[in-house]
Write a protein that binds this ligand. Sequence first.
Ligand code: PLP
Length: 370
Amino acid sequence: MKIETISIHAGNKLDEDSRAVTQPIVLSSTFERGKDGGYPSGYMYSRIDNPNRKSLENVIAKLENGADCCAFATGNTAGMSVFQCLEPGSHVICPDDMYHGLRNQLKFVFKGIIDLDFVDLTQIDEIEKYVKGNTRMIWVETPSNPLLKIADITAIAVIAKKHNLKLVVDNTFATPYGQQPLALGADLVMHSTTKFLNGHSDVCGGAVVSKEKDAFWEKMRNLQVLGGAVPSPFDCYLVTRGIKTLAYRMRGHEYNAFELAKYLEAHPAIERVFYPGLKSHPQFDLASKQMTSFGGMLSFCVKAGEEAARSLVNNVKIFTQATSLGGVESLLEHRYSIEGPDSKTPKNLIRASVGLENLEDLIADLDKNL
Ligand SMILES: *Cc1c(COP(=O)(O)O)cnc(C)c1O
């Protein structure tokens, strides 16, 4: 099956009693046991499993072409569970440009537990120099947040295989519509389902998909069930519903983002645009080879500096000034001011999550304010 069909059918189960076409939300925390003490429905207790969570995990695993998926309450919990599967003292190679919430989790929550190096993953010859005796994992985020840097998953997978390291890709920006990390050699894929997978900015969630059901994955499932940071049945229902339109939404996000990127690049008030679909992107060739869609995220720097950037995000009318991404509505964000003083993001940079409004309306909104 192709992505549009998987998205609609792999996360849905007809209700056998009511014949409801859309799978109902099962709120029950517990499930009746059989006379023999067994669990005839396969469900026991909702922290362990739930029909809505199972459907969500099923569709995300199929979209990423993986063996299995664990759904979590947020993207950060999904990431945390991956790191918790490592032995204390393990070393992880991370990108220098990375979602700041996960970077801070590694730096503060895992302080003294996980040994870290933040590396420019675009410099493929540099990565191997950071591998040492306790290195266990390479964490990749591509395109990265907020600079849209592209890391070569296939080339990094070769390094990971050689040194027996787990390769994990945060595929939140690209989505399975735009990039298939497991097919390129990754072992695990992580998502903040809060973003494009749900697509409507009304739920927080996360997921991890594994290529194989190996010992590491067994640990992960245990962490999900025993740690208990699981999404509610209603959250699972919402994300499963959002996923049904993923491919069509991503086509619209990409179209609008690509056109906006070209518009901004040609605008005299703009210093620079970061979008992997532009020929001016330093890794345009790699992005074209690795990605099946350039996605709906872009960043740009305003020539007139930080104040002008802040004024633009304040004055637009259709774009909303807010963090997060991947919803149907367009958002603009002055990124430095949310990342805090240790941020390396340029102060004149604005990140755009390009939504599904009419392109001419979006351009007019920016045009009036640039
Ligand atoms: C939002 C985001 C996360 C964290 O997800 P939450 O759902 O906010 O916990 C991780 N990685 C990337 C790339 C993100 O954009």
